[in-house]
Design a protein around this ligand. Structure first.
Ligand code: FAD
Length: 425
């Protein structure tokens, strides 16, 4: 039996691996020349052989599928990091991040002021917790946070999931699981994809345009030719899936789930600086800002360099298309935080909004469990995986688990159809 997997991101690679281990004949069709989808690494733009993570960076506590995968396959992790301290009462919450480094209006905010804001937010979270879907901005207004605290609390939407506070449900930041305990990949985030792709038949630069029923199987039309298989697994983002033609047309509940799932819009800026030790001492491990670079974090590099990685929400002002201006924003925030005039030796800006085969950062989780179930449900022999369908929403773990889930679904179907072995008496 044969399967075509659309997409060589983590969902596609984990689906293809599991299917291949189960004895399936699998071909992965990837639209771009790159492996790893939103975990792609850039090996050209930094000095001393360093990799710039253009998409995901952090493996968080709870990303057990991927942490186990790394341990089993010798994918190296950097030492564990807490991106910001526990909250003022030693608990993690939506207030914790305010105790970390903060730059507003180009000025470093001192520890006393951060603590006062964190207490104000924490008291409000305890007294009137946000409902899961309530936006950060709506909650901050409902509970009457002071202007400064509201501004700082809402800023964290720019780090996770890289958008504005009026577009983000509160569950994204409270009770604050992201960033408590996390790891960077020592050889770049794409080392997971590189390891997971071993032995797979992947056709790069092969964008799928149409998936059509053909007899008992499917024909997949791409820019480079047609492929046929017994079934198809779609792992493209919600935005990219909306651009694929399906014949017969997908049922309306599936199309509505795809249309009703917006993606955060934005990208990443990565730069490498000299004077790494001084910058790390003054700004490690992360800094939240109210500039276009919403949050940056640091990792040490060779030759006393440091690599700063930042998230940039796309507010529609074209900033992300202006790499020089975005890199200068990052330089300024580093200078404000550290007092060190940065000497940049390399840098790159990645806009995920304008990537034809992604179309944004991550899904915004609107619609909750019911929407994810609709996004992940199979339609005949067309199966669906990807971060938007995963129980670990908007993260690498969700993508990997969804790939394994879809492979189990398919292998179970195949086993159920096999005739029972004859018993000889
Ligand atoms: C800036 C940024 C920061 C992030 N930070 C983190 C983080 O720190 N930690 C974390 O866990 N997660 C993070 N994420 C989220 C994480 O990267 C994603 O959830 C995960 O990588 C998505 O994997 P996927 O396989 O579902 O989708 P994708 O990675 O999008 O893979 C889908 C693949 O399908 C291909 N494709 C699309 N359409 C077609 C087509 N028609 N034909 C053929 N191929 C097609 C695409 O090119 C792509 O390679 C971040 C994401 C971004 C963008």
């Amino acid at each position: 039996m044969s399967t075509i997997v659309i997409g060589a991101g983590l969902a596609g690679l984990f689906a293809a691996r599991s299917l291949a281990h189960g004895g399936e004949d699998v071909v992965v069709l990837e639209a771009t020349p790159h492996l790893g989808g939103r975990t792609r690494g850039d090996r050209e733009s930094l000095a001393y052989g360093q990799v710039a993570d253009l998409g995901a960076s952090w493996l968080d506590i709870g990303q057990d599928t991927l942490l186990s995968f790394c341990l089993e396959h010798d994918v190296r992790l950097r030492p564990r990091v807490a991106l910001f301290p526990k909250g003022p009462d030693q608990r993690y919450s939506g207030a914790s991040i305010l105790l970390g480094n903060l730059v507003t209006d180009g000025q470093r905010v001192d520890a006393g002021e951060r603590s006062a804001m964190a207490w104000e937010v924490l008291d409000a979270l305890d007294a009137a917790p946000p409902s899961g879907a309530e936006t950060l901005t709506a909650w901050a207004r409902r509970v009457g946070l002071s202007v400064k605290s509201r501004h700082a609390y809402v800023m964290q939407a720019g780090f996770n999931p890289v958008t504005r506070g009026d577009l983000v449900s509160s569950w994204h930041v409270h009770p604050g699981d992201i960033g408590r305990l996390c790891w960077l990949l020592a050889d770049g985030t794409d080392s997971i994809a590189r390891t997971a792709s071993a032995g797979l038949d992947i056709r790069f630069s092969t964008p799928v345009r149409v998936v059509t029923r053909a007899g008992r199987g499917y024909r997949v039309l791409t820019d480079t030719g047609d492929f046929t298989a017994d079934r198809v697994v779609v792992t493209a983002s919600v935005q990219a899936t909306r651009r694929i033609g399906f014949d017969p047309v997908l049922p309306s509940w599936k199309i509505e789930a795809l249309l009703g799932t917006p993606m955060a819009q934005g990208g990443k800026v990565v730069a490498q600086y000299r004077d790494g030790g001084r910058i790390l001492d003054a700004a490690g491990p992360s800094t939240m800002t109210d500039s276009p670079v919403s949050m940056f974090w640091l990792k040490s590099g060779p030759e006393d360099t440091v690599i700063a990685l930042g998230t940039v929400a796309d507010t529609g002002d074209g900033r992300l298309d202006d790499a020089a201006a975005t890199l200068t924003d990052l330089d300024r925030q580093i200078e404000a935080m550290t007092g060190v005039t940065p000497s940049r030796v390399g840098g790159v800006v990645q806009n995920w909004t304008t990537e034809e085969f992604v179309g944004g950062v991550v899904n915004l989780g609107t619609g909750g469990f019911a929407r994810r179930a609709a996004l992940g449900a199979a339609v005949g022999g067309v199966h669906f995986a990807g971060e938007a369908t995963g129980e670990w929403a908007s993260a690498m773990e969700g993508a990997a688990r969804s790939g394994q889930r879809v492979a189990d679904e398919i292998l179970q179907k195949i086993r159920a159809r096999r005739p029972a072995p004859e018993v000889l008496v």
